[in-house]
Design a protein around this ligand. Structure first.
Ligand SMILES: [Fe+2]
Length: 264
């Protein structure tokens, strides 16, 4: 039986958009708004049509609701549907109300959707934790457990903002991670056979890890990037690194990830 591609999505993250058009130039030669606009151009210029775009959070530079008007102006230019995850710099209420135009506000901002027979589960990892760490509250873990315990043979993709499992990089594992990432991982084991990957942001770099047969995969920020190497204790900027995004294709049995970078 051919293992056909069921869908292809673009994974973007950490746009950190601000109402200040110069915001970000303290850290990089370009502002977050300029780089987000270039990201949008890159997506719209792809020589194929992705099914949708997944933004794994930190849409805004700070939990400032005015940022979502600028984010809406820039990100609404994407020619495909966009699904959002809330990051630690986001405020889920105005993200939903202003950016998505919703009147019914989810709190926490978790939801599920289906595209071409693939199940997607989006989680909000902004439970109580000392930022920039994350946490998935018990109510959400129960909800997730229920979804993963039911009979379902659809390929499954999970999206979350923070990194969940350790990678032997102290600043990522101690300073940035989901504090109850082990509980989260243990629930995911229930659906390991159909889980095509966990996609996240937050770390501003391409990072892939496998644990117990589960793949966790991040993508670049459209703004600035960070380093990671074994034993690194501090947050170190990857000076001059190009921004980018990933293109992910899902089949019944496989996950294909292609990395894209762009000059700014
Ligand atoms: Fe973040």
């Amino acid at each position: 039986m051919p293992d056909d591609v069921l869908l292809t999505f673009v994974h973007i993250s950490d746009t950190h958009i601000s109402p200040d058009p110069d915001y970000g130039k303290q850290e990089t030669p370009h502002s977050t708004s300029d780089s987000a606009r270039l990201l949008v151009q890159q997506i719209n210029a792809l020589p194929f049509k992705p099914d949708f775009v997944l933004h794994t959070g930190d849409v805004a530079y700070d939990p400032d609701e005015t940022a979502y008007f600028t984010a809406r102006e820039i990100l609404s230019q994407i020619q495909y549907p966009v699904y959002y995850v809330a990051g630690n710099h986001d405020k889920p209420e105005p993200l939903q109300r202003i950016l998505l135009g919703r009147s019914e506000i989810l709190a926490p901002f978790h939801y599920t959707f289906d595209v071409n027979g693939v199940q997607f589960i989006v989680l909000d990892s902004n439970g109580p934790a000392e930022v920039p760490r994350g946490n998935i509250i018990p109510e959400q873990l129960v909800w997730l457990d229920g979804l993963l315990s039911s009979m379902d043979d659809r390929p499954l993709v999970i999206a979350v903002h923070h990194n969940a499992v350790p990678v032997a990089v102290p600043w990522l594992d101690g300073f940035m991670r989901i504090t109850n990432g082990e509980d989260f991982h243990n629930i995911l084991l229930k659906a390991r056979e159909r889980l095509r990957g966990v996609f996240f942001g937050h770390v501003h770099q391409n990072l892939t890890m496998f644990r117990d047969g589960i793949m966790y995969n991040s993508t670049l920020s459209s703004w600035g990037q960070f380093h990671a190497w074994p034993g690194l204790n501090d947050t170190v900027k990857d000076e001059g690194a190009e921004p980018g995004f990933s293109v992910v294709s899902i089949t019944r049995a496989n996950t294909y990830i292609r990395r894209y970078r762009f000059r700014i």
